[in-house]
Design a protein around this ligand. Sequence first.
Ligand code: ZN
Length: 234
Amino acid sequence: MGYIYIAHNAHMQKGEKMSQGLKNRVWIYSQTNLPTRFGQFKVIVFRNDFDDKEHLAIVKGNIGDGKNIPVRMHSECLTSEVLGSLKCDCREQLETALQYIAEKGRGIVLYLRQEGRGIGLGNKIRAYSLQEAGYDTVEANHILGFPDDLRQYDVAAAMLHHLGISSVKLLTNNPKKIQGVEEFGIEVVERVPIQINHNPVNKFYLMTKAKKSGHMLEFEEKYPQLRLLKKVSN
Ligand SMILES: [Zn+2]
């Protein structure tokens, strides 16, 4: 199993929602080079006047022409990325994206501070508690009064515009993200799936994402340890 490239249709309304006003509400606050386990990256911290969060662009290599840039829009997940929780696959997706972009020699991971699909850490933990009582992730969010997914991609698109990006190869299984950035004038020329092998803990969560949220995932009846997938082709 490896990365499969699927051409995405190119019918879009370019930049209709990316007004200059939106771009001006997002700005670069600081940046530095950062050596990581996945190689050398530049980390750029953005601030904005929408949500008072500091979102990051983790940039590899020369993105000068801004075209066909591999991009992952990744939402923060403390439980998985810091604590090693097995309830979701966020850490594996982040690491796979960083590794993929490092191998490609250029690309961007936007690290968006949208914990728990935008409902925040406290409410994510409340949702987990409801899941212990037998509800799935979508049902739990509804019980708490939230829609399945509160993530917004306008700030992400504005960040890409600031970095001079006009078209991307989007690393995602989530069709909403493709629509999300295209609405703001970033052309998605390709979707690069991120397939993470599930474990016995997160299998139900991942199947719910596929069934109820339209994520494009494959399931095989095997339980390997979580690991990064190697790419098999360009
Ligand atoms: Zn997660």
